[in-house]
Design a protein around this ligand. Structure first.
Ligand SMILES: [Zn+2]
Length: 453
């Protein structure tokens, strides 16, 4: 009798484990079935590594990718195809962060009831937040130079423009390894997957730390003689800026002033504010993991000064930078970017999923507002209000010095207009002056964007 009881008990345990496993499987099937079915080994869904289902549109309904029979086709106009390549993807699935690859689980019209079988054979329609005509303007403004331009709504997170160069026409892909070096890193979306030396745009982080940690910052003064010496090492400035307050120091981008601030603040504060600005951990949105930035704060005092200026070993990802300046614009709350406006099933019904995310507080509102005032002053006193007419623009330029003697040009900022809550980032690799080169591109794209809103 005891033996029977023991065996029944074992059977009961095995059944329990089995049922428990089944429940877990079912839960995962319901929550992750769309990801399983869009896995690239699924022969029903892919031909030569490219998903053969679903349509991709921009926010205005311009078709960016779709199916022509069993063939993947792209936008009608070549300029649109080239400017949206990194957002949409190519025929061979080489761009890992592109919608075609990253959002493949939304492009199949997989359902729990029908499985991978498509009733219409069309798949879902994915509407991106991008305005493809704005992407074309940005691509043209980059004018053959490598880099990235992105604009986003700092209240909702929606990305309006995201361009990475070099690019190519996905309808007629070129031979990438043609020996010219023209297509180096072409499959990488520079906005998402690169980290560049930031140069003076990083002074915004040092400024945030100064606002919250230096008493009477309004009374703070620095006399620039063109160089500032720390432990026998010289921090050079572009010119003798003379005596300046914190506002003038940022507007003139005075290296000496920020070197002095770094010594008053210390390594721990610089490191803490870079982290709070979201620049030293990878930004992640819509399931896309961006490149991580980094700064070195455990070296010498002179190295710390260069780190606070945005040089030394500093690296910053453009998407993280955009989110940081968006956070300044949004009163200290940084809203993560978002690329997905909506998804519609083949029957035209919207998919009930939430793609936008709430913001996270980086700094106190008063800190963000003070930073915004300083960035507004940069435009009024240095960059030129007439270049950004009517935009209420707040900005910071960066001319990041590289070991090869060239400079990456950066220009970042936002509009303070209630009806135009847009932040932007422009990076031109080896582009020269941040203010004139990257600032010029920002002006062109922002003018077009404001005209459309
Ligand atoms: Zn100076």
């Amino acid at each position: 009798m005891k033996k029977v009881q023991f065996r029944s008990f074992i059977v009961l345990i095995i059944s329990g484990v089995l049922i428990f496993g089944l429940i877990i499987y079912l839960c995962r099937y319901i929550s992750q079935g769309d990801s399983w079915v869009s896995f690239p080994v699924n022969k029903h869904m892919y031909t030569n590594g490219v998903l053969t289902s679903g349509e991709i549109y921009d926010v205005n309904g311009v078709r960016l990718a779709g199916m022509d029979g069993d063939k993947r086709v792209y936008a009608e106009k070549k300029a649109v195809r080239v400017a949206t390549l990194h957002a949409v993807g190519d025929k061979s699935g080489n761009i890992s962060t592109a919608a075609q690859t990253k959002f493949s689980y939304l492009l199949t019209d997989y359902s729990l009831i029908n499985g991978a079988y498509s009733l219409t054979g069309r798949g879902n329609s994915l509407y991106l937040t991008l305005d493809s005509s704005l992407c074309v303007t940005a691509y043209d403004a980059l004018d053959g130079r490598n880099g990235t331009v992105a604009l986003y709504n700092y209240k909702t997170g929606d990305i309006l423009c995201m361009v990475s160069t070099p690019s190519f026409d996905p309808a007629n892909p070129p031979k990438i390894g043609d020996g010219s070096g023209k297509y180096v890193g072409v499959y990488m979306n520079r906005f998402l997957s690169t980290a560049y030396t930031p140069g003076s745009v990083f002074k915004l982080v040092t400024s945030a730390a100064a606002i919250e940690n230096i008493d009477n910052l309004g009374e703070w003064k620095f006399k620039c003689t063109g160089k500032y010496t720390i432990d026998g090492k010289v921090i050079t400035c572009t010119e003798k800026h003379g005596t300046q307050d914190i506002y003038a120091s940022l507007a003139n981008s005075c290296n000496g002033a920020f070197a002095k601030l770094s010594q008053e603040l210390g390594a721990a504060a610089i490191s803490k504010y870079a982290k709070r600005a979201g620049l030293t951990q990878p930004l992640s949105f819509n399931g896309i993991d961006c490149a991580s930035g980094s700064i070195r704060t455990d070296a010498s005092s002179a190295d710390l000064a260069w780190a606070a200026i945005g040089q030394d070993k500093d690296l910053v990802n453009p998407a993280a930078m955009l989110t940081f300046v968006g956070g300044i614009a949004n009163g200290g709350v940084a809203v993560k970017p978002n690329l997905i406006a909506e998804v519609r099933t083949p029957l035209g019904l919207p998919m009930l999923r939430r793609f936008r995310s709430d913001g996270d507080r980086m700094f106190k509102k008063s800190t963000a507002d003070e930073l915004a005032k300083m960035m507004r002053n940069n435009v009024e006193e240095n960059y030129g209000e007439e270049r950004f007419k009517g935009m209420k623009l707040c900005a910071k330029s960066g001319t990041a010095e590289l070991d090869d003697g060239t400079d990456h040009a950066w220009f970042v900022g936002f509009s303070q207009r209630e009806d135009f809550p847009v932040a932007f980032v422009v990076v031109v690799e080896h582009g020269g002056s941040g203010n004139s080169v990257a600032g010029g591109i920002a002006g062109t794209v922002l003018t077009k964007a404001m005209g459309e809103l």
